[in-house]
Design a protein around this ligand. Structure first.
Ligand code: ADP
Ligand code: ADP
Length: 238
């Protein structure tokens, strides 16, 4: 089952991307690939290669200037306004470099909020939050506020928030970028575990340690794909 289909996507930054010589930036050029349900895909490439641009297009916060992106069979370019907001809320989960948790809420409330905004029935919320917390090994910090937690704990709470609603696709943007190596390893193991339980994850990273947890790595350079690596389960992890 195909979750993501990127077809011939190009992204050109207009006026704001115009350099002094008047040229524009072609951040993505003829990018095509598909992601199947259950994959843990890494997108790797040097700085400036177009990783963030691609992720922003997949996250529906930016739009390609050519080509199309289908997620769950829907052409995301055809969505706008409330429909787009609902699509994001229900079909996508986000994990950023910074956990982006709400400081005024506890970890529990941060995770539960992801269900509330999806209109999950109130009677189901507690069990779902507890299950996500147990999957990510954060049951003991649920009553803490973000400022009382370590960076690694916050990222695992963010991962719980991103996956508790069982989105079709989880997008992670350098999720270990701000973590020490021990917390990074713990988060990556958690992501691999979520993936083994059915989450389809697409992660942008520039470090090979993170990429080692993916079962597929797509390399981009100068806005275009230039290689791909698939690894069997046995090769994953370090
Ligand atoms: P990466 O995430 O791999 O570092 P980006 O997607 O951020 O790459 O950038 C790809 C190219 O697009 C770069 O040349 C960058 O300077 C340019 N770019 C990114 N965002 C913008 C923007 N908002 N306006 C103009 N140019 C941009
Ligand atoms: P919250 O749980 O506080 O609502 P989310 O993690 O769900 O926060 O993200 C909120 C919004 O951030 C998304 O709906 C989207 O508009 C925007 N967003 C998504 N991906 C990115 C990204 N890669 N960079 C910056 N903003 C993003």
């Amino acid at each position: 089952q195909t979750v993501v289909e990127v077809r011939n996507v190009g992204k050109r930054y207009g006026i704001e991307g115009r350099k002094r010589d008047g040229s524009v930036t072609q951040a993505l050029d003829h990018v095509s690939f598909a992601v199947a349900a259950g994959e843990f895909t890494g997108i790797m490439g040097p700085s400036g290669s177009g990783k963030s641009t691609l992720l922003n297009c997949l996250a529906t916060i930016d739009a390609p200037t050519s080509g199309s992106i289908h997620i769950g069979g829907r052409d995301v370019g055809s969505l706008a306004g409330k429909e787009l907001a609902r699509f994001r809320r229900e079909e996508l989960g986000f994990i950023f470099q910074d956990s982006n948790l709400l400081d005024t809420l506890t970890a529990y409330e941060n995770i539960a909020l992801a269900l509330t905004i999806r209109k999950t029935p109130a009677r189901e919320i507690d069990a779902r939050v507890q299950e996500a917390a147990s999957t990510l090994g954060i049951s003991d910090v649920l009553q803490k506020h973000p400022y009382q937690m370590s960076g690694g704990q916050k990222q695992r709470v963010a991962a719980a928030r991103a996956t508790v609603g069982r989105p079709r696709l989880v997008l992670a943007d350098e999720p270990t970028g701000a973590l020490d190596s021990k917390s990074a390893k713990q988060l990556l193991e958690s992501l691999a575990y979520l993936n083994s339980r059915g989450s389809t994850i697409l992660m942008v990273t520039h470090d090979s340690f993170s990429a080692s947890y993916c079962n597929r790595i797509i390399f981009i350079k100068d806005g275009g794909l230039y290689g791909e690596l698939r690894r069997s389960g046995a090769d994953r992890g370090v």
